[in-house]
Design a protein around this ligand. Structure first.
Ligand SMILES: NC(=O)c1ccc[n+]([C@@H]2O[C@H](COP(=O)([O-])OP(=O)(O)OC[C@H]3O[C@@H](n4cnc5c(N)ncnc54)[C@H](OP(=O)(O)O)[C@@H]3O)[C@@H](O)[C@H]2O)c1
Length: 301
Protein backbone atom coordinates (compact mmCIF):
# COMPACT_ATOMS: atom_id res chain seq x y z
CA UNK A 1 0.00 0.00 0.00
CA UNK A 2 1.24 3.49 -0.82
CA UNK A 3 2.42 5.60 2.12
CA UNK A 4 2.15 8.75 0.03
CA UNK A 5 -0.73 11.03 0.89
CA UNK A 6 -3.71 10.85 -1.40
CA UNK A 7 -4.30 14.33 -2.75
CA UNK A 8 -7.49 15.48 -4.48
CA UNK A 9 -7.04 18.55 -6.69
CA UNK A 10 -10.15 20.44 -7.87
CA UNK A 11 -10.04 22.76 -10.89
CA UNK A 12 -7.23 20.57 -12.24
CA UNK A 13 -7.25 22.26 -15.67
CA UNK A 14 -6.74 25.76 -14.28
CA UNK A 15 -3.45 27.64 -13.85
CA UNK A 16 -2.96 26.72 -10.20
CA UNK A 17 -4.54 23.27 -10.64
CA UNK A 18 -2.03 22.30 -13.31
CA UNK A 19 0.91 23.67 -11.32
CA UNK A 20 -0.23 21.67 -8.27
CA UNK A 21 -0.49 18.47 -10.31
CA UNK A 22 3.05 18.94 -11.53
CA UNK A 23 4.41 19.91 -8.08
CA UNK A 24 2.78 17.02 -6.21
CA UNK A 25 3.30 14.44 -8.97
CA UNK A 26 6.33 12.87 -7.30
CA UNK A 27 5.22 13.11 -3.66
CA UNK A 28 1.56 12.15 -3.65
CA UNK A 29 -1.02 9.80 -5.02
CA UNK A 30 -2.88 12.35 -7.11
CA UNK A 31 -6.51 12.53 -8.14
CA UNK A 32 -6.92 15.58 -10.36
CA UNK A 33 -10.52 16.58 -11.11
CA UNK A 34 -11.41 19.14 -13.73
CA UNK A 35 -14.87 20.67 -13.92
CA UNK A 36 -16.25 17.65 -15.82
CA UNK A 37 -15.02 15.23 -13.13
CA UNK A 38 -16.12 17.39 -10.19
CA UNK A 39 -18.50 20.28 -10.71
CA UNK A 40 -18.13 22.58 -7.71
CA UNK A 41 -21.55 24.13 -8.34
CA UNK A 42 -23.09 20.76 -7.41
CA UNK A 43 -22.86 20.08 -3.64
CA UNK A 44 -24.02 16.44 -3.99
CA UNK A 45 -21.25 15.77 -6.49
CA UNK A 46 -18.70 17.33 -4.12
CA UNK A 47 -19.84 15.08 -1.27
CA UNK A 48 -19.84 11.89 -3.31
CA UNK A 49 -16.47 12.60 -4.97
CA UNK A 50 -14.70 13.34 -1.70
CA UNK A 51 -16.18 10.19 -0.12
CA UNK A 52 -15.18 8.11 -3.15
CA UNK A 53 -11.58 9.39 -3.23
CA UNK A 54 -11.10 9.51 0.57
CA UNK A 55 -8.20 11.98 0.32
CA UNK A 56 -5.68 12.97 2.99
CA UNK A 57 -5.42 16.42 1.41
CA UNK A 58 -7.82 18.43 -0.75
CA UNK A 59 -6.31 21.25 -2.81
CA UNK A 60 -9.20 23.45 -3.95
CA UNK A 61 -7.85 25.17 -7.05
CA UNK A 62 -11.23 25.31 -8.79
CA UNK A 63 -13.04 28.63 -8.78
CA UNK A 64 -15.22 30.97 -10.79
CA UNK A 65 -12.50 33.41 -11.85
CA UNK A 66 -14.21 35.55 -14.54
CA UNK A 67 -14.16 38.72 -12.43
CA UNK A 68 -16.17 40.93 -14.80
CA UNK A 69 -18.65 38.22 -15.86
CA UNK A 70 -19.39 37.50 -12.20
CA UNK A 71 -21.19 40.85 -12.00
CA UNK A 72 -23.97 39.34 -14.14
CA UNK A 73 -23.62 35.71 -12.91
CA UNK A 74 -23.82 36.25 -9.17
CA UNK A 75 -25.62 32.99 -8.35
CA UNK A 76 -23.11 30.80 -10.18
CA UNK A 77 -20.12 32.69 -8.74
CA UNK A 78 -21.62 32.37 -5.25
CA UNK A 79 -22.28 28.64 -5.68
CA UNK A 80 -18.73 27.86 -6.84
CA UNK A 81 -16.74 30.38 -4.79
CA UNK A 82 -19.05 30.95 -1.84
CA UNK A 83 -20.81 27.67 -1.08
CA UNK A 84 -18.55 24.91 -2.45
CA UNK A 85 -15.65 25.69 -0.07
CA UNK A 86 -18.03 25.13 2.88
CA UNK A 87 -19.16 21.76 1.52
CA UNK A 88 -15.55 20.77 0.86
CA UNK A 89 -14.66 21.81 4.41
CA UNK A 90 -17.47 19.72 5.92
CA UNK A 91 -16.34 16.73 3.86
CA UNK A 92 -12.68 17.30 4.71
CA UNK A 93 -13.57 17.41 8.39
CA UNK A 94 -15.60 14.21 8.08
CA UNK A 95 -12.64 12.50 6.35
CA UNK A 96 -10.01 14.00 8.68
CA UNK A 97 -8.39 15.56 5.60
CA UNK A 98 -6.46 18.80 5.28
CA UNK A 99 -8.20 21.34 3.03
CA UNK A 100 -6.14 23.96 1.21
CA UNK A 101 -8.15 26.75 -0.35
CA UNK A 102 -7.08 29.77 -2.43
CA UNK A 103 -8.61 33.19 -1.99
CA UNK A 104 -7.89 36.65 -3.28
CA UNK A 105 -6.71 40.20 -2.69
CA UNK A 106 -10.14 41.23 -4.04
CA UNK A 107 -11.67 40.61 -0.58
CA UNK A 108 -10.16 44.02 0.26
CA UNK A 109 -11.26 47.43 -1.05
CA UNK A 110 -7.75 48.64 -1.84
CA UNK A 111 -7.99 51.76 0.31
CA UNK A 112 -5.09 50.99 2.70
CA UNK A 113 -1.81 52.86 2.25
CA UNK A 114 0.49 49.88 3.05
CA UNK A 115 0.38 46.11 2.45
CA UNK A 116 -2.76 44.36 3.67
CA UNK A 117 -2.37 41.97 6.62
CA UNK A 118 -4.62 38.98 7.25
CA UNK A 119 -6.66 40.65 10.01
CA UNK A 120 -7.40 43.84 8.09
CA UNK A 121 -11.10 44.48 7.54
CA UNK A 122 -12.50 43.06 4.32
CA UNK A 123 -14.78 45.03 2.01
CA UNK A 124 -15.01 43.49 -1.45
CA UNK A 125 -15.81 45.86 -4.31
CA UNK A 126 -17.05 43.18 -6.72
CA UNK A 127 -19.33 40.13 -6.86
CA UNK A 128 -16.24 37.97 -7.39
CA UNK A 129 -14.57 39.41 -4.27
CA UNK A 130 -17.78 38.97 -2.25
CA UNK A 131 -18.14 35.37 -3.45
CA UNK A 132 -14.55 34.55 -2.47
CA UNK A 133 -15.07 36.15 0.94
CA UNK A 134 -18.25 34.08 1.42
CA UNK A 135 -16.15 30.97 0.64
CA UNK A 136 -13.57 31.91 3.27
CA UNK A 137 -16.34 32.42 5.83
CA UNK A 138 -18.05 29.12 5.00
CA UNK A 139 -14.77 27.28 5.29
CA UNK A 140 -13.91 28.83 8.65
CA UNK A 141 -17.42 28.13 9.94
CA UNK A 142 -17.07 24.44 9.08
CA UNK A 143 -13.82 24.30 11.03
CA UNK A 144 -11.46 21.37 10.72
CA UNK A 145 -7.96 21.31 9.31
CA UNK A 146 -7.82 24.09 6.75
CA UNK A 147 -5.40 26.57 5.23
CA UNK A 148 -6.64 29.58 3.27
CA UNK A 149 -4.00 31.16 1.04
CA UNK A 150 -4.95 34.59 -0.30
CA UNK A 151 -3.03 35.43 -3.41
CA UNK A 152 -3.06 37.98 -6.25
CA UNK A 153 -2.59 38.57 -9.99
CA UNK A 154 -1.98 34.89 -10.81
CA UNK A 155 -0.42 33.80 -14.09
CA UNK A 156 1.30 30.78 -15.63
CA UNK A 157 2.87 29.81 -18.95
CA UNK A 158 -0.59 28.67 -20.07
CA UNK A 159 -4.16 29.74 -19.35
CA UNK A 160 -5.94 33.08 -19.50
CA UNK A 161 -3.72 35.69 -17.91
CA UNK A 162 -2.23 39.17 -18.21
CA UNK A 163 1.23 38.04 -19.34
CA UNK A 164 -0.03 35.99 -22.28
CA UNK A 165 -2.51 38.74 -23.19
CA UNK A 166 0.33 41.32 -23.21
CA UNK A 167 2.50 39.08 -25.39
CA UNK A 168 -0.36 38.71 -27.88
CA UNK A 169 -1.13 42.47 -27.91
CA UNK A 170 2.60 43.27 -28.03
CA UNK A 171 2.91 41.30 -31.27
CA UNK A 172 -0.10 43.11 -32.78
CA UNK A 173 0.61 46.71 -31.70
CA UNK A 174 3.44 49.22 -31.25
CA UNK A 175 1.89 50.94 -28.24
CA UNK A 176 -0.65 50.10 -25.53
CA UNK A 177 -2.50 51.93 -22.75
CA UNK A 178 -2.30 50.11 -19.41
CA UNK A 179 -3.69 51.01 -15.99
CA UNK A 180 -1.05 52.52 -13.72
CA UNK A 181 -2.97 53.21 -10.50
CA UNK A 182 -3.68 49.59 -9.46
CA UNK A 183 -0.71 48.10 -7.62
CA UNK A 184 -0.19 44.47 -6.64
CA UNK A 185 2.14 41.49 -6.68
CA UNK A 186 1.99 39.36 -9.82
CA UNK A 187 2.28 35.77 -8.62
CA UNK A 188 3.02 32.63 -10.60
CA UNK A 189 1.00 29.45 -10.23
CA UNK A 190 4.35 27.63 -10.01
CA UNK A 191 5.48 29.60 -6.95
CA UNK A 192 2.08 29.08 -5.30
CA UNK A 193 2.28 25.33 -5.91
CA UNK A 194 5.84 25.09 -4.59
CA UNK A 195 4.99 26.98 -1.41
CA UNK A 196 1.80 24.96 -0.96
CA UNK A 197 3.74 21.69 -1.21
CA UNK A 198 6.37 22.87 1.29
CA UNK A 199 3.72 23.95 3.78
CA UNK A 200 1.45 20.92 3.43
CA UNK A 201 4.44 18.60 3.79
CA UNK A 202 5.36 20.29 7.03
CA UNK A 203 1.82 20.38 8.36
CA UNK A 204 1.15 16.72 7.51
CA UNK A 205 4.41 15.65 9.20
CA UNK A 206 3.26 17.51 12.31
CA UNK A 207 -0.15 15.81 12.07
CA UNK A 208 -1.51 19.37 12.10
CA UNK A 209 -0.53 19.76 15.76
CA UNK A 210 -2.61 18.88 18.79
CA UNK A 211 -4.65 22.08 18.72
CA UNK A 212 -5.16 22.55 15.02
CA UNK A 213 -2.45 25.15 15.40
CA UNK A 214 -1.70 25.72 11.71
CA UNK A 215 -5.30 26.34 10.67
CA UNK A 216 -5.87 29.85 9.44
CA UNK A 217 -5.66 32.45 6.70
CA UNK A 218 -2.32 33.38 5.17
CA UNK A 219 -1.30 35.81 2.46
CA UNK A 220 0.83 34.16 -0.22
CA UNK A 221 2.18 36.24 -3.10
CA UNK A 222 5.45 36.75 -4.92
CA UNK A 223 7.69 39.43 -3.39
CA UNK A 224 7.56 43.12 -4.30
CA UNK A 225 4.85 45.14 -5.99
CA UNK A 226 4.21 46.85 -9.31
CA UNK A 227 1.37 48.49 -11.24
CA UNK A 228 -0.20 46.75 -14.24
CA UNK A 229 1.57 49.35 -16.41
CA UNK A 230 4.94 48.61 -14.78
CA UNK A 231 4.28 44.90 -15.16
CA UNK A 232 3.50 45.28 -18.87
CA UNK A 233 6.75 47.24 -19.36
CA UNK A 234 8.71 44.55 -17.51
CA UNK A 235 7.21 41.88 -19.79
CA UNK A 236 8.08 43.79 -22.98
CA UNK A 237 11.61 44.65 -21.80
CA UNK A 238 12.29 40.93 -21.43
CA UNK A 239 10.73 39.69 -24.66
CA UNK A 240 11.85 41.62 -27.79
CA UNK A 241 12.76 38.33 -29.48
CA UNK A 242 9.22 37.02 -28.92
CA UNK A 243 7.77 40.25 -30.37
CA UNK A 244 9.65 40.34 -33.65
CA UNK A 245 12.50 42.45 -32.26
CA UNK A 246 10.36 45.36 -31.01
CA UNK A 247 9.59 46.73 -27.56
CA UNK A 248 6.08 48.24 -27.63
CA UNK A 249 5.64 51.45 -25.66
CA UNK A 250 3.26 51.34 -22.71
CA UNK A 251 1.28 54.47 -21.84
CA UNK A 252 0.06 54.79 -18.26
CA UNK A 253 -3.67 55.42 -17.84
CA UNK A 254 -5.99 55.68 -14.84
CA UNK A 255 -8.52 53.03 -13.85
CA UNK A 256 -11.23 55.61 -14.59
CA UNK A 257 -10.05 55.65 -18.23
CA UNK A 258 -10.50 51.85 -18.52
CA UNK A 259 -14.00 51.14 -17.22
CA UNK A 260 -14.85 47.49 -16.46
CA UNK A 261 -18.06 45.90 -15.10
CA UNK A 262 -16.30 44.92 -11.84
CA UNK A 263 -14.55 47.45 -9.61
CA UNK A 264 -11.02 46.47 -8.57
CA UNK A 265 -8.94 47.53 -5.56
CA UNK A 266 -6.25 50.18 -6.18
CA UNK A 267 -3.87 48.79 -3.58
CA UNK A 268 -3.84 44.98 -3.81
CA UNK A 269 -0.48 44.46 -2.11
CA UNK A 270 -0.63 41.71 0.54
CA UNK A 271 1.90 41.36 3.35
CA UNK A 272 3.55 37.92 3.38
CA UNK A 273 5.01 38.34 6.87
CA UNK A 274 2.68 35.88 8.60
CA UNK A 275 3.48 33.17 6.04
CA UNK A 276 7.19 33.72 6.52
CA UNK A 277 6.96 33.76 10.31
CA UNK A 278 4.69 30.71 10.68
CA UNK A 279 6.19 28.48 7.98
CA UNK A 280 9.54 30.04 7.03
CA UNK A 281 8.31 30.01 3.43
CA UNK A 282 8.92 32.85 0.99
CA UNK A 283 7.95 33.05 -2.67
CA UNK A 284 10.33 34.43 -5.32
CA UNK A 285 10.26 38.13 -6.22
CA UNK A 286 7.74 38.95 -8.96
CA UNK A 287 10.66 39.83 -11.27
CA UNK A 288 12.44 36.47 -11.01
CA UNK A 289 9.16 34.55 -11.16
CA UNK A 290 8.38 36.49 -14.37
CA UNK A 291 11.78 35.53 -15.81
CA UNK A 292 11.03 31.89 -15.10
CA UNK A 293 7.60 31.93 -16.76
CA UNK A 294 8.83 33.89 -19.81
CA UNK A 295 11.65 31.36 -20.26
CA UNK A 296 9.04 28.59 -20.33
CA UNK A 297 6.80 30.50 -22.74
CA UNK A 298 9.83 31.22 -24.97
CA UNK A 299 10.91 27.58 -24.99
CA UNK A 300 7.45 26.52 -26.17
CA UNK A 301 7.05 29.10 -28.94
N1 LIG B 1 -6.18 34.27 -11.46
C1 LIG B 1 -5.94 35.23 -10.57
O1 LIG B 1 -5.47 36.31 -10.90
C2 LIG B 1 -6.22 34.98 -9.10
C3 LIG B 1 -5.95 36.01 -8.18
C4 LIG B 1 -6.20 35.79 -6.82
C5 LIG B 1 -6.71 34.56 -6.42
N2 LIG B 1 -6.97 33.60 -7.35
C6 LIG B 1 -7.54 32.33 -6.87
O2 LIG B 1 -6.62 31.30 -7.16
C7 LIG B 1 -7.33 30.08 -7.42
C8 LIG B 1 -6.85 29.46 -8.72
O3 LIG B 1 -7.12 30.38 -9.78
P1 LIG B 1 -6.50 30.19 -11.23
O4 LIG B 1 -5.72 31.42 -11.54
O5 LIG B 1 -5.85 28.87 -11.36
O6 LIG B 1 -7.85 30.25 -12.09
P2 LIG B 1 -8.21 29.52 -13.45
O7 LIG B 1 -7.00 29.32 -14.27
O8 LIG B 1 -9.37 30.27 -13.99
O9 LIG B 1 -8.68 28.08 -12.96
C9 LIG B 1 -9.89 27.88 -12.30
C10 LIG B 1 -10.37 26.51 -12.69
O10 LIG B 1 -11.61 26.28 -12.02
C11 LIG B 1 -12.45 25.63 -12.93
N3 LIG B 1 -13.86 25.77 -12.63
C12 LIG B 1 -14.71 26.78 -12.98
N4 LIG B 1 -15.96 26.46 -12.61
C13 LIG B 1 -15.90 25.25 -12.03
C14 LIG B 1 -16.86 24.38 -11.45
N5 LIG B 1 -18.16 24.68 -11.42
N6 LIG B 1 -16.43 23.20 -10.95
C15 LIG B 1 -15.13 22.85 -11.00
N7 LIG B 1 -14.18 23.61 -11.53
C16 LIG B 1 -14.57 24.81 -12.03
C17 LIG B 1 -12.14 26.24 -14.27
O11 LIG B 1 -12.57 25.36 -15.27
P3 LIG B 1 -13.04 25.92 -16.70
O12 LIG B 1 -11.79 26.38 -17.36
O13 LIG B 1 -13.67 24.73 -17.31
O14 LIG B 1 -13.97 27.05 -16.42
C18 LIG B 1 -10.62 26.36 -14.19
O15 LIG B 1 -9.99 25.20 -14.69
C19 LIG B 1 -8.81 30.45 -7.39
O16 LIG B 1 -9.33 30.17 -6.12
C20 LIG B 1 -8.81 31.94 -7.60
O17 LIG B 1 -9.95 32.55 -7.04
C21 LIG B 1 -6.72 33.77 -8.67
Amino acid sequence: MSTWPRVLVTGADGQVGRALLSEYGSVAELVGCNRQALDLSNPDQIRSKVREVAPDVILNAGAYTAVDRAESERDLAMAINGQAPGVLAEEAKRAGALLVHYSTDYVFDGSKAGPWVEDDGTNPLSVYGASKLAGEDALRAAGGRYLIFRTSWVYAPEGKNFVLTMLRLGRERDSLNVVDDQVGAPTTAGELARATREITTRVLADDFGPENKWAGTYHMTCGGAVSWCGFARAIFERTPEMLGGKTPSVNPIKTSEYPTPAKRPLNSVLSNEKLQQRFGVELASWESALDEVLALVGSRS
